[in-house]
Write a protein that binds this ligand. Structure first.
Ligand code: CA
Length: 391
């Protein structure tokens, strides 16, 4: 990189986060593109925010390609369709962010896994044209949030993992990189049935880590269900381990509620739900309304309440092949929330009345109330992986 090109790249990098950049280049050919690849990584995984500044040719759609030097494997992406074949990665624009004027910028993000060295790619090409010398790689988080490089819809933020508490996780998010009021990045906000008064919002007043969490204001009634959800693609078909911290306001009621739902494509697309009933934690299978534990007094006694006004660490393992399930609260296994394959009265006898081999495709956290109960909950430090992550 010659001195001028270096200065130009630095200018593009500095300006990419503030506004559309028109590079006032010399008469010589301006670069076709420049790419700022910002990594946030932990022991086994990483996210990358990738900002692309276009050259002198306006684009109606774009494809950015690169190769990884190591064993980086992309597991999910936002604001682009990202495919990987070996070390070759292709990121394609989506309908809402394909149009880029000359000098304009776009950004997208991805999450992946790696071991060893997570080197920044050096061979970016935009629509087949090499970007030339890459912008200086940066591995630190910008000190000011970027705004102008975000798309207009449907998401305006990226999310990334914390540096700790994510060992073994494929998905890990502390919500610290959320800059809008509605969770973006890998997250989508939705109501299962119809829109009511339940809400989901990034919250800067209550947090388990850092200064942000996601607040769910859940109301009673069919239309007031509200969830924050993400795909589990990339997790593979082995045992699924999840961990999140939750803080809530109103003790688990007598009536049936759920604070987590996972779509089970092996069960007609119905949900596997975690929540409460009879004032204690329980799992529920939407397809046949089986509960875990059984809601007998002896069964409920083998579950535990969920404390209010404090953060609790909820962990679960779902082994679809074995048809088994385990649950921990604050690192202690809950005996009534175990499906171990051997029917146990008051616990999993009802659950094992039929074959159950779940294939879970998404994770939703929020509030679903079937008897009119309301609660306000906060979620933080959500992690999913193929081995136990811990609290
Ligand atoms: Ca946080």
């Amino acid at each position: 990189m010659n001195r001028f090109a270096g200065a130009l790249a630095a200018l593009c990098l500095a300006a990419a986060g503030t506004t559309a950049v028109v590079v006032a280049g010399p008469a010589a050919a301006a670069p076709a593109c420049s790419v700022a690849y910002r990594v946030n990584q932990w022991q086994t995984g990483y996210t990358a925010d990738i900002a692309v500044t276009n050259g002198a040719t306006a684009l109606s759609s774009w494809t950015l390609t690169w190769h990884y030097a190591g064993n980086q494997s992309v597991t999910s992406a936002w604001n682009a369709t990202v495919r990987q074949s070996g070390t070759a990665v292709t990121a394609e624009s989506l309908p809402y962010n394909g149009s880029v004027p000359a000098g304009g910028s776009i950004s997208f993000g991805l999450q992946g896994t790696y071991s060893g060295t997570n080197a920044t790619p050096t061979d970016f090409a935009l629509n087949g044209v090499p970007c030339g010398d890459p912008a200086p790689p940066t591995s630190t988080t910008p000190t000011t949030p970027t705004t102008a490089t975000t798309p207009t819809s449907p998401t305006t933020t990226t999310s990334g993992p914390p540096p700790a508490g994510c060992a073994g996780a494929t998905i890990c998010d502390d919500f610290e990189q959320q800059t809008g009021s509605t969770p973006g990045g890998r997250w989508t906000v939705g109501a299962a049935n119809c829109t009511g008064t339940g809400t989901v919002a990034v919250d800067g007043t209550v947090a388990h880590s850092g200064s942000r969490s996601v607040k769910v204001t859940g109301q009673g009634g069919y239309c007031n269900h509200a969830f924050l959800g993400t795909s589990l693609s990339g997790l593979g078909s082995g045992p699924l381990f999840g961990r999140f911290w939750v803080r809530h306001t109103t003790a688990l009621p007598t009536g049936h509620v759920a604070f987590m739902a996972l779509r089970d494509t092996a069960d007609g697309g119905r949900d596997l739900r975690a929540g409460g009933q009879n004032r204690a934690l329980q799992w529920n299978r939407e397809s046949d309304d089986a509960t875990l534990p059984a809601q007998s007094p002896a069964g409920v006694a083998q579950s535990v309440p969920l404390a209010t006004g404090t953060w609790s660490c909820f962990e679960f393992e779902v082994d679809g092949a074995a048809g088994q399930l385990r649950t921990w609260l604050n690192s202690a296994e809950v005996p009534g929330l175990v499906v171990d394959g051997v029917p146990t009265p008051d616990i999993d006898q009802q659950w094992l009345a039929r074959a159950w081999h779940p294939a879970l495709t998404d994770l939703r956290l929020g509030w679903e109330s079937y008897a009119g109960d309301a609660d306000t909950l906060w979620y933080d430090d959500v992690a999913v992986g193929s081995s136990r992550i811990g609290c």
